[in-house]
Design a binder for this molecule. Structure first.
Ligand SMILES: C[S@@+](CC[C@H](N)C(=O)[O-])C[C@H]1O[C@@H](n2cnc3c(N)ncnc32)[C@H](O)[C@@H]1O
Length: 278
């Protein structure tokens, strides 16, 4: 934010701040109770574009229709969509070196993965790359489906586009960059069609009921629940457990933990859990 923008920030009153914290926690699970300055900074341009000079008009709008496009814009501003290729790459190693070989051994011919809180798409595309490179010559025999969901429509639009600046690819293994990313005339990289076709993007709020039961072989939900209160995390992990297929896995972010007392998942290693059923 530049000097001019910081001068145009409108301060929240205590009651306005409390309303926004409660609204976001109730609808999206995100805990903003210690993020007063962040809310003010991120909403400054939104207030300006709507021609409002205070938050009471803005809050009236959120209250009037919690499902309107204005609320979409609000959630696009309030969420943190930071992501990059090969983030916490040991999870892709585990997928490619442990999970896929085990499924091959079981004579399986397909895998269903959910990237929950996929942000701008790097994670689900990386999952598709890890699976593709692990399957090698068997790839054409397999049905690979990766459902990638997020609550931010702005992040999902970038994800669907699938075009990234080279700086985003810094940590990606060279052979993946070569095989799965296509350099564009403008220097950006586009995810190859062979990878894109495995990934479908849709808007989904993790506070909603999860309809799939005993379904996903692997769920990734990394660096999403760090923004939630422990009780919210606990109820979402419960939904993940129901949605995980027998002997399937849950990956969470490296800085996150799930208390053994709060989950039926079996702890495998830091940030990797399994629904062990036999
Ligand atoms: C920091 S990004 C993590 C992206 C990726 N998983 C990674 O580890 O790089 C967190 C994402 O969670 C999404 N998110 C936050 N609350 C959510 C909710 N209630 N439902 C779905 N997605 C949510 C945000 O929109 C954001 O894109």
């Amino acid at each position: 934010m530049n000097y001019e923008e910081s001068q145009s920030i409108v301060r929240l009153s205590d009651s306005e701040f409390e309303f926004i914290v409660q609204f976001v926690s109730d609808h999206y699970g995100i805990d903003l109770s210690k993020k007063r300055r962040l809310i003010e900074a991120r909403l400054a341009s939104e207030l300006k574009s709507l021609g409002f000079d205070n938050y009471s008009q803005y809050i009236a709008l959120l209250k009037k229709d919690p499902n309107s496009e204005k609320v979409d814009n609000f959630i696009n501003k309030i969420t943190t969509n930071y992501s990059y290729f090969s983030r916490e790459a040991d999870h892709y190693d585990f997928l490619g070196k442990k999970i896929i070989p085990a499924l091959i051994n079981e004579k399986r011919r397909g895998i269903k993965v959910w990237s929950a809180g996929c942000s701008t798409g790097e994670e689900p595309y990386n999952i598709a790359m890890a699976i593709d490179s692990a399957l090698g010559s068997q790839r054409s025999l397999w049905n690979v489906t990766i459902s990638a969901t997020d609550v931010s429509t702005r992040a999902l639009n970038i994800a669907k586009e699938g075009v990234y600046p080279e700086a985003e690819l810094k940590a990606m293994p060279e052979n993946w960059k070569k095989n799965y990313m296509v350099k564009q005339d403008d220097g950006n990289y586009r995810v190859a069609d062979s990878i894109r076709k495995n990934v479908s993007f849709s808007r989904f709020n993790l506070m909603s009921p999860v309809l799939q039961k005993n379904y996903y072989d692997v769920i990734f939900c990394r660096n999403v629940m760090i923004y939630f209160k422990p009780a919210t995390t606990q109820s979402i992990v419960k939904k993940f457990y129901q949605a995980t297929a027998d002997n399937g896995y849950l990956f969470i972010g490296h800085s996150e933990t799930i208390s053994r007392l709060d989950t039926e998942y079996t702890y495998i290693s830091p940030s990797i859990y399994r629904k062990v059923t036999k």
